[in-house]
Design a protein around this ligand. Structure first.
Ligand code: MN
Length: 485
C-alpha cells in the first residue's frame, strides 16, 4: 500500500494534522461580545471578559459546545461524559489573560474517523486576538477575534502522503459547512491547518517507528498543506541521507518561496502548565438531554459522504460531477430542484446533472451571462432536457438554447423554433431523404452491406447535409440501418 508513495525512493512521510476552525456562533466562547468574522473596524466586538479585565467571569457558550458534539457524532467519535476547561499558560500580547482557555485532559470528543483517517481528539478553546506587526517599531492588537470559539481537531499520525493530508482537510471543511459549524474559509483564517511531519523508511514505519517530527504552521490553503508535506519530505530525507539528524522544531510556510522555514524549537506541553480553570463549571454532559449522542445524531443533516454515496448510487453520476455538487450549494440546489421534477426518470436526471456541471458551470463563468444566473427557471430547464432526451434538439443546439434562455428568459421551445434548432424525427420525411442518399451513393451503400462499418457514418453525414442539419441523427441512423438490411 505504501508503494508508489515513496519519496527519494526510500523515505515515506508520516503526517498528523492539527486543524483549528472558528465556530459560527452569535456570541464569543465565554462572553456576550459578538462573534463577527466580517467586522472590519478593530476592537469593536469586545467587553471586559474578552479583554481580560480583573474580576470578570466567563460563561460557556452552549452553541459552541453543540457544534463540536455534532462534529464528534458525525465522525463516530466518543462524546465525553465529563469535561472541563483548562488554562494553557503563556505570554503574548494577543492573549490578554496570560492564558488561553482550552481543554487538556478531558476533550469533548475522543476518537472517530474521517476520510479513513483516525482522529485522536476534538476539543473546544478560544481564539486569540489578531496582532498586526506594522512597519517600524510597534505592533497593533485587534481584540475582535479574542475569545471567538475555536474547535481544534487532532488526527493520529497515520497519513502517508501529501494528497491524503489535503483530502482530509477538504473533507473536514465540507463537514463543517454541512453542519453549519463553521464557514471554514482557509483564506480568511476560519480554518487553519498545522501538519506534524516526519519521515522514515518503509521498514521503520512498519515497525511503528516514526522519525523526528517537525511542526509546520500557517498553512492557509489545501495546496499549501500538500506542498508543505512534499517540501518537508524531501528536506528531511536529504538531511537523513547526508547522515545528519532532523531537528524537532516549529517551522512556518513561506507561500512566496514555497518553502518551510525554521521558527522556533518546539515547546513541550508541560511548558504551558495546564490546570483546570477554577472560574468555569465542570460539564457533565449526560445531565444535559440535548447533548446526548442520540439527540445530537437526530439533529444532523445529510452528511457530505452520505450525499456522495447517494449521488453515486441513486443517480449513478460521474465521481467528478458528484464532487462539483458537493462543493457548490448553488449548483446543488439547482440540480435537486430540477431533478425533483424528473419524477425518477434516471436518464433525464443524469442529463440534468451533466448539463449543470458542464454547460451551466461554463455559462456562469461566461462574462455575457455572469450575474444573470437568476434567470434560471427549473421548469424551462427541465423542458429543454426533455427535448434533448427525446432527440428533438441536438446537444450542440441545446447549448445555444440554454445560453439564450439565460439571456432572454424565453422558453426553450420558442428559442428552438426561432433558431431553427428543432431536429426532424418524422420517419416519413426522413425515409425519403434516406432513399435518395442510398440511390445516389450506391457504392458506399454496398461497402456497408459487405461489412465496412465506417460507410454508415458517411451516409449519416450525407443525410444530415441533405436535411440542412435539421435531421435527428439517431433517427436517421436507425432508418438507414433498416433500409440497408
Ligand atoms: Mn489550539
Amino acid at each position: 500500500m505504501l508503494r508508489g508513495r515513496r519519496f527519494m525512493n526510500k523515505y515515506i512521510p508520516t503526517i498528523g494534522l492539527e486543524i483549528h476552525a472558528e465556530l459560527k456562533t452569535v456570541t464569543k466562547m465565554f462572553c456576550h461580545s459578538k462573534n463577527d468574522p466580517d467586522e472590519e473596524r478593530p476592537n469593536v466586538n469586545v467587553c471586559p471578559v474578552c479583554m481580560a479585565h480583573p474580576g470578570t467571569l466567563p460563561v460557556i457558550n452552549y452553541e459552541a459546545v453543540k457544534h463540536v458534539l455534532k462534529v464528534g457524532v458525525a465522525v463516530s467519535g466518543e462524546l465525553a461524559d465529563f469535561t472541563e476547561f483548562d488554562r494553557k499558560n503563556y505570554f503574548y500580547p494577543d492573549i490578554p489573560k496570560g492564558y488561553q482557555l482550552s481543554q487538556y485532559k478531558y476533550p469533548l470528543v475522543k476518537g472517530g474517523t474521517l476520510n479513513g483517517v483516525a482522529i485522536t481528539r476534538v476539543h473546544l478553546e478560544e481564539d486569540t486576538a489578531t496582532s498586526l506587526h506594522e512597519e517600524g517599531d510597534y505592533s497593533l492588537v485587534d481584540f475582535n477575534r479574542a475569545g471567538v470559539p475555536l474547535m481544534e481537531l487532532v488526527t493520529e499520525p497515520v497519513i502517508h502522503s501529501a494528497k491524503e493530508a489535503g483530502d482530509f482537510a477538504r473533507e473536514l471543511q465540507l463537514l463543517l459547512r454541512y453542519l453549519g459549524a463553521s464557514d471554514a474559509n482557509m483564506e480568511k483564517g476560519e480554518m487553519r491547518v498545522e501538519a506534524n511531519i516526519s519521515v522514515n523508511q518503509e521498514s521503520g514505519i512498519k515497525n511503528q517507528e516514526l522519525g523526528t517530527k517537525v511542526e509546520v504552521k500557517n498553512l492557509n490553503s489545501f495546496r499549501a498543506v500538500e506542498r508543505a508535506v512534499e517540501y518537508e519530505t524531501n528536506r528531511q530525507a536529504e538531511i537523513l541521507e547526508s547522515g545528519l539528524e532532523v531537528e524537532q522544531e516549529t517551522r512556518g510556510w513561506d507561500e512566496t518561496k514555497q518553502k518551510t522555514f525554521s521558527q522556533r524549537a518546539k515547546e513541550e506541553s508541560h511548558d504551558y502548565r495546564y490546570f483546570p480553570d477554577p472560574d468555569l463549571p465542570k460539564l457533565v454532559l449526560s445531565e444535559i438531554p440535548e447533548f446526548s449522542s442520540d439527540a445530537i445524531r437526530r439533529s444532523l443533516p445529510e452528511l457530505p459522504w452520505e450525499m456522495r454515496k447517494r449521488y453515486l448510487a441513486v443517480y449513478q453520476m460521474r465521481p467528478d460531477a458528484v464532487e462539483v455538487f458537493l462543493q457548490d450549494e448553488f449548483l446543488r440546489a439547482m440540480f435537486e430542484g430540477t431533478a425533483k421534477l424528473a419524477q425518477g426518470d434516471l436518464k433525464l436526471i443524469r442529463l440534468i446533472g451533466n448539463y449543470i456541471v458542464s454547460d451551466i458551470v461554463g455559462l456562469l463563468r461566461d462574462a455575457d451571462v455572469h450575474g444573470r444566473a437568476l434567470n434560471f427557471k427549473t421548469d424551462g430547464f427541465i423542458r429543454l432536457m426533455q427535448m434533448v432526451k427525446k432527440g428533438l434538439v441536438s446537444s450542440r443546439g441545446a447549448k445555444d438554447i440554454l445560453k439564450e434562455m439565460y439571456l432572454s428568459g424565453n422558453d426553450p421551445e420558442k428559442i428552438a423554433q426561432q433558431k431553427k434548432l428543432l431536429q426532424k424525427s418524422d420517419a416519413g420525411e426522413l425515409k425519403s431523404i434516406v432513399k435518395e442518399i442510398i440511390s445516389s451513393n450506391p457504392k458506399v451503400a454496398n461497402d456497408y452491406k459487405s461489412g465496412k462499418e465506417s460507410a454508415l457514418q458517411f451516409l449519416v453525414g450525407q443525410g444530415m447535409k441533405a436535411s440542412s442539419g435539421s435531421a435527428n441523427p439517431e433517427v436517421l441512423r436507425e432508418i438507414l440501418l433498416e433500409s440497408l438490411k
